[in-house]
Design a binder for this molecule. Structure first.
Ligand code: PEP
Ligand code: MN
Length: 338
């Protein structure tokens, strides 16, 4: 880390910073400028040391870290792209992976139809929430265990792996009995107890970006899952909160190349929750794929008008199949397949 001393710093104050660093086993490079003194503090474990230790010392103006706070997810740690396998599906490879289905599992007929539509259009994973994190406690909360059972049934019939959300660390064991991929929702991105629990399972985890979180915070949160021993993490950009209110959230397309630059993990995009309206979903989906996303998580409902949750942003079967055709053209132009 870099400690900038105030212009008015006394020699004793500079000496105190140096001795404080040395007492922690760190080495020090002193740069005495004409204007002010800058001290570089170096060592292999500076990531574990709080910048506050130096920031509170008299004469210190500012302390900044040189190293990123995340470690295991970084490209420096693992330069090769991670490819996450789910059955015969590979996420993060040359082929794009489309995870499609309703926001929530509602009943057997709805889920069965959704699975048929998803499969026929070329999706390789079925989505459907059994536990729903709702903004209001009075909204439909999901079918819970009964929803998981329906997912297991439909998964078998259509031979489609399923992704479903887990909202509570105590339910990780239950959900992992049914799900091929466990989803952490935007509202839980920094639920560290949940992330720690997910570090101990064998299934892959889709970690959605919190809508008020930076890419750095998102990657650092992913480190919790890897640190527990589960390296199968897929990141998902789903839009962030901005001043713009013509969409539900602002899809941060730039996070896709940023994540690719700094992390080896695969990244998919969820254009549905970003857009909030079915008419905007296809354009955001195409943009995400063109920007380098490894796939999509997208809401498709057999009859969006009747959907219990997120009907306005759900694609109809025909809209979804049209989008899949468009995505094939984009995939080809960037040397990928669908
Ligand atoms: C979802 O995928 O159904 C969901 C609740 O998304 P998010 O966590 O991104 O809001
Ligand atoms: Mn939804």
């Amino acid at each position: 880390m870099i400690v900038e001393m105030r212009k008015s710093a006394k020699p004793q104050e500079i000496e105190d910073v140096v001795s404080s660093a040395k007492s922690l086993g760190l080495s020090v490079q002193l740069n005495v400028g004409t204007d002010k003194t800058v001290i570089a503090i170096l060592g292999s474990n500076t990531g574990q040391i709080s910048t506050d230790i130096f920031a509170v010392l008299p004469g210190v103006e500012n302390v900044t870290r040189i190293m990123k706070p995340y470690k295991l997810v970084s490209r420096e740690f693992n330069p090769e792209n991670t490819v996450v396998k789910v059955g015969n599906v590979e996420i993060g490879g040359q082929r794009l992976v489309i995870m499609a289905g309703p926001c929530a599992v509602e009943d057997r007929t709805q889920l069965d139809e959704a699975a048929r539509i998803a499969k026929n259009a070329g999706a390789s994973i079925l989505r459907g929430g059994a536990f729903k994190p709702r903004t209001s406690p009075f909204s439909f909360q999901g079918l819970e265990k009964a929803g998981l059972e329906l997912l297991a049934e439909v998964k078998k019939k259509y031979e489609l792996p399923v992704i479903t959300e887990v909202v509570d660390p105590h339910q990780v064991e239950l959900v992992s009995k049914y799900a091929d991929i466990l989803q952490v929702g935007a509202r839980n991105m920094q639920n560290f107890a949940l992330l720690t629990e997910l570090g101990h399972i064998t299934q892959p985890v889709v970690l959605k970006r919190g809508f008020a979180n930076t890419v750095t915070e998102w990657l650092t949160a992913a480190d919790y899952i890897l640190a527990g021993g589960n390296g199968k993490v897929i990141l998902c950009e789903r839009g962030i909160r901005s001043f713009e209110d013509s969409t539900r959230f602002s899809m941060d397309v730039s996070s896709i190349p940023v994540v690719k630059k700094f992390s080896h993990l695969p990244i998919i995009a969820d254009p549905s929750h970003a857009a909030g309206h079915y008419s905007l979903v296809p354009a955001l989906a195409r943009a995400a794929i063109a920007a380098g996303a490894d796939g999509l998580l997208i809401e498709v409902h057999p009859n969006p008008k009747k959907a219990l949750v997120d009907g306005l942003q759900s694609l109809t079967p025909s809209d979804f199949s049209r989008l899949m055709t468009e995505l094939k053209l984009i995939a080809k132009s960037i040397n990928r397949t669908l």
